[in-house]
Design a protein around this ligand. Structure first.
Ligand code: NOJ
Length: 729
C-alpha cells in the first residue's frame, strides 16, 4: 500500500476496497493460543476475519501472526496484539491501588512507561489499562486495580498512566495503545460482588464515576473498554447513553471501544436480548466498535446489514475507529518489524524504578512511640514472622500474567541484608497461607517472637484473594491471622505489622495489639528492598491512603466525600450499642446517622498517612475573600516540619460548597502537592482554584458553578480541620 497520503485518505481508500466480511473482521478480537498458531487462527488472520489478538506474548508467534496479516491477507492490515499489562510486565510494580497511594503522577507515569517498554519488546501493542473505575467498596476484589475512591485523584493518575503507556508518540515502538476501562460504573457493583448490577443516578455518574474516564480521554487514551455491568437497566456494552452521548458527542472521543470478555454475548444472559443476533445488533447500534472473545459480530453483522437493520455506514464508522488507532500506532509504517530488544525485560533500571514506586506506595498508619524506623543498635535479634515474609509470588498481587517471580526480592531477604551482622533474624512462617485455620505453625512463631527483641509480622492476603471475581463479604484478615497477632502481642515485644493486601482490610480488632502498622498493598517485584528501607529508615514513608479504611465491613460504603444528610452524626454523641440501657424507649428527636456498633468514622480516613517526622499546618488564608464567576482564588497554608527528620508531605486541598441546588459532598479533593521539608523548615503552600473547579452537575444535567459560600481546607488528610471561607458572586 502507498503510504504518502494521510491516514484519513488511506482509511477511506481501504474501506472502498474492503468487503463487508473483511470489515467485520477488523471488529473481532480473538484469544490467542499462547505460543502456537492453530490452523483456524492462521486461516482467520490470512482471510482478514480477525483484526486483533489477545494473550499472545511469545515474540516469535506475534511476529508470525503479524506477518500472516501483512503478507497473506488481501489488504495487509496489521493486527492489534492486546494484553492485560496492568501494573508492570515482567518487572512488577505495586498494584494500581498501591501506586495511587503515592499520590505521585510521575511514579505512575514511569511505571506505565516501563511496563510498556517491556511488553512492546514482545510485540504487544495494546494494553487493557488503566482501569479507572472508582473504588469505594473494599469487598470488591477489583478495588486492587483501581486508583482509589476519589474522582479527582483517580483522574490525575489515570492521565499519568495513559501518558506512560502511550509515550510521547503512539507510533514509537515502545508505546502501547492504552484502554480506559470499564466504561462505566463497574466500581459501583452492588454489595461489592463482581459483575453485579449498578444503579447510578446520572448526577453521580457524571460527578463521581465519569471524571476519571474524561481525564483519560483528555490525555489521549486510544481505546475504551465497556463494563460487564448493567447500568440503570442497560448493560454498559449496549448503553448508547454512555457510548454515544457521553463518549462521542460530549467528549469527542475518536478512538475505538472494545467490549469486555464476551460481554456482547452476555447481553442475552442479562436478559436485554433474546439471542446473540440481537446482542450484536444492540451493541453495534449503541456504539461498540469491537467484540472481545465472543463472535456475535462475526456471525450476525453482515446479515443485519443486508436486512437493512444496521446501516452500512455504521459498520464503516466502526472500522474507521479501529483503523485510526492502527495508523496512530504506526502499524502501517512497519512498526511491528521494529520491536525492541528483549533485554529490556526486567532490566535492573526497571527493577530499581519498581522499588522507588513501592517505597512511595506504602502508607504508615500507626507508629506508637516512634517504634519505626527500627533502631538496630538496641536490638540483637528480630523476629520476622508470617506467610507473606518470604513469598516471591504472593507479593506481586493480582493481574501479573507476565510477572516473573524470579525477579522478586522478598522482605526476609532484604531484612537479612539490611541489619548489621550482629543482629540475628529469627524467621517463622507461622501459617501455610494467610487463610490457614490451623495452629500448626503457631508454637514455632511464638518461640521465635519470645527469643527476639522486636517482631515484624508479614500478614494480609495472598494475591488471589483480590482481583477479578475475588470479592469478599467479610474483609477482616482471613484465616487465623487475628489470633496470631493477639498471641504474639501478648508476649510483650514491640510489634510491627506489615500488611500486604489488594484492598483495605478491616483491622479494628487488631490495631490495638500492634505498635506500628505499615500498609504495603501488594508491592510487586521489589517489595523486600522497599520495605526494608522503610523499616530501618533508609527511606521515610510518604504514602497517603487513596481510599477510606472502614473499621468493620458493615460500614461499607464509607468514603470521605459523602453527603451531609439532614441528621449528620455528632461525634461526641455517637452512642455505642453497649451504652443503651435495657428497655430504652424509642425517641425521635436528637437522632443522627451512625452505626450503633461502629460509630460514624472510619478507622483511617482518605488522605491519611504518617511520616517519620511530624508536620504542622497553620495560617490558612485566601488572597481575596470573594471572587466572581470566571475568576481564580489562591488558598495558602503554612506547612512546618516539626520533627527531627527530613520528610515529604502530600498537602491536600479540600473544598465544600455549602449550599447547592442539589446537595453537595461534605468535602471534595481539589488539588494536592508533594512538599519535601528539612527539620524545622517552613513553607507556604498555595493552591489556585478557578471557579470552574467548583462546578458540579445540576438538576438539568448541566455542569455549573453556583455562587455562594465555600469552605476550603488544607491539610494532611481528608479530616483536616484547618479551614478558610470564601464567596463566589
Ligand atoms: C476481563 C476483565 O474484566 C478485563 O479487565 C480484562 O482486560 C479482560 N478480561 C481481558 O483479559
Amino acid at each position: 500500500m502507498e503510504h504518502t497520503s494521510s491516514p484519513d485518505t488511506q482509511i477511506r481508500d481501504l474501506l472502498q476496497r474492503m468487503t463487508l466480511p473483511e470489515k467485520i473482521g477488523q471488529l473481532q478480537l480473538v484469544n490467542g493460543a499462547g505460543g502456537t498458531i492453530p490452523d483456524d487462527l492462521r486461516a482467520a488472520v490470512a482471510s482478514g476475519s480477525v483484526g486483533a489478538v489477545l494473550n499472545e506474548v511469545n515474540p516469535a508467534v506475534v511476529h508470525e501472526l503479524q506477518s500472516i496479516a501483512v503478507h497473506d491477507s488481501r489488504h495487509g492490515i496489521p493486527l492489534l496484539i492486546g494484553r492485560d499489562v496492568i501494573h508492570g510486565f515482567a518487572t512488577v510494580f505495586p498494584i494500581p491501588l498501591g501506586q495511587a497511594a503515592s499520590w505521585n503522577p510521575e511514579i505512575v507515569r514511569r511505571g506505565a512507561r516501563i511496563a510498556a517498554r517491556e511488553a512492546a519488546a514482545t510485540g504487544i501493542n495494546w494494553t487493557f489499562a488503566p482501569m479507572v473505575d472508582i473504588g469505594r467498596d473494599p469487598r470488591w476484589g477489583r478495588i486492587a486495580e483501581t486508583l482509589g475512591e476519589d474522582p479527582y485523584l483517580s483522574g490525575v493518575l489515570a492521565a499519568a498512566m495513559v501518558r506512560g503507556f502511550q509515550g510521547d508518540d503512539l507510533s514509537q515502538p515502545s508505546s502501547l495503545a492504552a484502554c480506559a476501562k470499564h466504561f462505566a460504573g463497574y466500581g459501583a457493583s452492588e454489595s461489592g460482588r463482581d459483575y453485579n448490577t449498578t444503579n447510578i443516578p446520572e448526577i453521580d455518574l457524571r460527578d463521581i464515576h465519569l471524571p476519571s474516564f474524561k481525564a483519560a480521554c483528555d490525555a489521549g487514551v486510544a481505546t475504551f473498554m465497556t463494563s460487564f455491568s448493567d447500568l440503570n437497566g442497560i448493560p454498559a456494552t449496549a448503553n448508547d447513553f454512555l457510548l454515544k452521548k457521553i463518549l462521542r458527542e460530549e467528549w469527542g472521543f475518536d478512538g475505538f471501544v472494545v467490549s469486555d470478555w464476551e460481554s456482547v454475548s452476555q447481553l442475552s444472559i442479562h436478559g436485554l436480548t433474546p439471542d446473540d443476533r440481537e446482542s450484536a445488533f444492540e451493541a453495534a447500534q449503541a456504539g461498540l466498535d469491537m467484540e472481545m472473545a465472543s463472535t456475535t459480530f462475526a456471525a450476525h453483522l453482515a446479515s443485519l446489514v443486508e436486512e437493512g437493520r444496521i446501516p452500512a455506514q455504521r459498520i464503516d464508522a466502526m472500522v474507521e475507529n479501529v483503523l485510526r488507532i492502527k495508523f496512530r500506532l504506526g502499524l502501517f509504517s512497519h512498526r511491528h518489524e521494529h520491536t525492541e530488544d528483549l533485554s529490556v525485560i526486567a532490566h535492573p533500571d526497571h527493577l530499581s524504578a519498581a522499588k522507588d514506586a513501592a517505597v512511595e506506595s506504602m502508607v504508615l498508619l500507626k507508629n506508637d512511640n516512634n517504634l519505626l524506623p527500627l533502631a538496630t543498635t538496641e536490638r540483637t535479634s528480630i523476629a520476622v514472622i508470617g506467610p507473606l515474609a518470604d513469598d516471591p509470588y504472593e507479593q506481586l498481587g493480582t493481574w501479573i500474567f507476565d510477572g516473573d517471580e524470579r525477579h522478586s526480592v522478598t522482605p526476609l531477604q532484604s531484612i537479612r541484608q539490611a541489619v548489621p551482622e550482629d543482629v540475628t533474624i529469627h524467621h517463622a512462617r507461622a501459617m501455610a497461607t494467610t487463610r490457614s485455620r490451623d495452629r500448626e505453625g503457631f508454637d514455632e512463631a511464638l518461640r521465635c517472637a519470645a527469643d527476639s527483641d522486636a517482631v515484624i509480622l508479614f500478614l494480609g492476603e495472598e494475591s488471589i484473594l483480590s482481583g477479578e471475581a475475588h470479592c469478599r463479604a467479610d474483609i477482616r484478615l482471613p484465616g487465623n491471622q487475628e489470633e496470631l497477632i493477639r498471641e504474639i502481642a501478648a508476649i510483650g515485644k514491640p510489634v510491627v505489622l506489615v500488611i500486604m493486601a489488594g484492598r483495605p482490610l478491616a483491622l479494628e480488632d487488631v490495631i490495638g495489639s500492634v505498635d506500628a502498622l505499615l500498609y504495603a498493598w501488594h508491592p510487586g517485584s521489589m517489595a523486600g528492598p522497599a520495605i526494608a528501607d522503610l523499616l530501618f529508615g533508609a527511606a521515610a514513608p510518604s504514602g497517603k491512603l487513596p481510599v477510606t479504611f472502614p473499621r468493620v465491613t458493615g460500614q461499607i460504603p464509607i468514603y470521605y466525600a459523602h453527603k451531609n444528610t439532614g441528621k449528620p452524626a455528632i461525634p461526641s454523641e455517637v452512642m455505642h450499642i453497649d451504652d443503651i440501657p435495657p428497655r430504652a424507649p424509642q425517641v425521635s428527636f436528637g437522632l443522627t446517622s451512625f452505626h450503633l456498633d461502629a460509630g460514624a468514622s472510619p478507622l483511617f480516613p482518605f488522605g491519611f498517612g504518617l511520616s517519620y517526622t511530624t508536620f504542622r499546618y497553620d495560617n490558612i488564608r485566601t488572597d481575596t475573600p470573594e471572587i466572581q464567576l470566571g475568576d481564580r482564588i489562591v488558598v495558602t497554608a503554612d506547612l512546618t516540619n516539626t520533627g527531627d527528620r527530613e520528610g515529604t508531605e502530600i498537602v491536600q486541598l479540600y473544598v465544600r460548597d455549602l449550599v447547592g441546588s442539589v446537595t453537595r459532598p461534605v468535602r471534595e479533593l481539589k488539588a494536592f502537592k508533594r512538599v519535601l521539608l528539612q527539620p524545622g523548615e517552613m513553607q507556604s503552600v498555595s493552591f489556585e482554584l478557578h471557579t470552574d473547579d467548583l462546578a458540579f452537575t445540576n438538576r438539568h444535567m448541566q455542569r455549573v458553578t453556583e455562587p455562594g459560600e465555600f469552605y476550603a481546607w488544607i491539610g494532611g488528610s481528608s479530616e483536616t480541620e484547618l479551614k478558610a471561607r470564601f464567596m463566589v458572586r
